[in-house]
Design a protein around this ligand. Sequence first.
Ligand code: F6P
Length: 322
Amino acid sequence: MKKIAILTSGGDAPGMNACIRAAVRAALAHDLDIVGIRWGYAGLMNGDIVPLDRRSVTNIIHHGGTILGTARSEEFRTESGRMKAINVLQQKSIDGLILIGGDGTFRGGTLLSQESGISVVGVPGTIDNDCYGTDYTIGFDTAVNTAVEAIDRIRDTATAHDRLFFVEVMGRHTGFIALESGIAGGAEELLIPEVPMDSDQLCKRLAEYFKGGKKSAIVVVSEAEHPGVTFRISREVKEKAGFDSKVCILGHIQRGGAPSARDRVLASRLGAAAVKALLDNRGGYMVGEINREIAYTPLKDTWEKQNSLHPGLTDLLHILSG
Ligand code: F6P
């Protein structure tokens, strides 16, 4: 292995830059050439490639976003799109590829690896934490901290006005961000796809809290693939129980900002591990961290299998709230 490439794909996540930095410096330490592919798979198909050296990743560890840019590419889902990408990789004599992204990125990466024979290693980078094969994805910790900071602020105004608030967080089809930010923010209730609750049940629980002396409450809601769903829930609660409520959608605020120390360490570790995996002929795998050890999971498993919520955490929220 002489020359490797790195790209970021899908939604950006805080810590992606720290991961790029680590991969570049680890590659150089192993005397590998490394190039960056801009704008994810779209850039790969178009040959949008830049050389990377030690200095090109200076002073980026603390920045959110990704210096390489990212995109979601429909064309790469097609065989002809992937053929374009394979031609570029061959023309540029790239024999190893590091993909930083989430399950969508690894779906594409699985096919690319099978169709090209080029070594492809994935690194989990998404705020959603929905990749099988790692305890945490890069960006999740920062996103949770951002959500908690917002919930704390909303708590102040909710208390000042005796109000019910619904706070919607991201997470696509999962409730990881909602669960951890809900516990850390002391939320009264949680609406996540993994533990369905209808508006009747929610109204009943909220009524119990208010009967017990609570005057304000926060319900953390996972967007569950339908950003804005919270407006409907809030309306239903108002119609059924008469509770007046406010809705706050955190949205893309959760994707930006400086990565937390935890995300920087994880990203640094996984970036270096990805280079090592390529050198050790572990193409077709994702590097993750499980119980503090580096873990290798077939790329296919990362999106075919489900990462489950921490058992017990949802129960804990209900024991502690109210
Ligand atoms: O996958 C990360 C994520 O932020 C999800 O939580 C969210 O559903 C989605 O991306 C939003 O995507 P976009 O930025 O393309 O609107």
